[in-house]
Design a protein around this ligand. Structure first.
Ligand SMILES: [Zn+2]
Ligand SMILES: [Zn+2]
Length: 187
């Protein structure tokens, strides 16, 4: 039996705030209401300041000082549209298995804990041997595939993904196979 649209949710929504989509959060809420969704989760990317500097990842999310403002915008939308749709407030957070990186992340998350309904955990940046950490979904990933081999990249990605799940910090896995996002365009 097919689920009707009313039985569906979308818990992975980005807006122009984090640079991973276009349009304002409100437009996503209005579209969700229009198509009849009962519940959605706003989940712009968490600021990436805590990731290794060499990975140059900070540009892929909102600046650190805008996260509180993002949560406030979500809260306003949640109450404004409460009679039409259930809105959960969330964030997609990078996991990178380095103790120093994680301690910075966890102390930042602590500040917002009470305002977040769930966290999406995602791996975007990996590190192979002593090389510079790199994003597995960047356009130059093809060079990395040639340099390190597919198996090495996928194994590192999945090794980190398993560690991330085991932390118990995240309620949802963002994507299970990100290295193939760009790879599939070429293969
Ligand atoms: Zn995402
Ligand atoms: Zn992602």
């Amino acid at each position: 039996m097919c689920a009707s649209i009313q039985d569906l949710w979308d818990y992975h929504i980005h807006s122009k705030r984090c640079g991973h989509a276009v349009g304002k959060l409100q437009e996503y809420v209005q579209q969700a209401i229009k198509i009849g969704l009962q519940e959605i989760g706003l989940s712009d990317h968490f600021p990436m300041f805590f990731l290794p500097k060499e990975a140059n990842a900070e540009q892929f999310a909102m600046p650190r000082d805008q996260f509180a403002e993002y949560l406030e915008e979500c809260r306003i939308l949640q109450s404004k549209y409460s009679d039409k749709i259930q809105i959960k407030i969330a964030s997609e957070v990078d996991y990178y298995p380095d103790p120093h990186v994680l301690s910075q992340l966890y102390s930042e998350l602590k500040k917002y804990e009470s305002k977040l309904d769930y966290l999406i955990g995602s791996i975007h940046i990996i590190k192979i041997d002593d090389e510079i950490p790199f994003p597995v979904d960047s356009p130059d990933i093809m060079e990395k595939f040639q340099k390190f081999g597919e198996e090495t990249i996928f194994s590192e990605y999945y090794k980190n993904l398993i560690k991330m799940v085991k932390t118990g910090v995240f309620q949802i896995v963002g994507h299970c196979d990100l290295p193939k996002k760009i790879r599939n365009i070429f293969w």
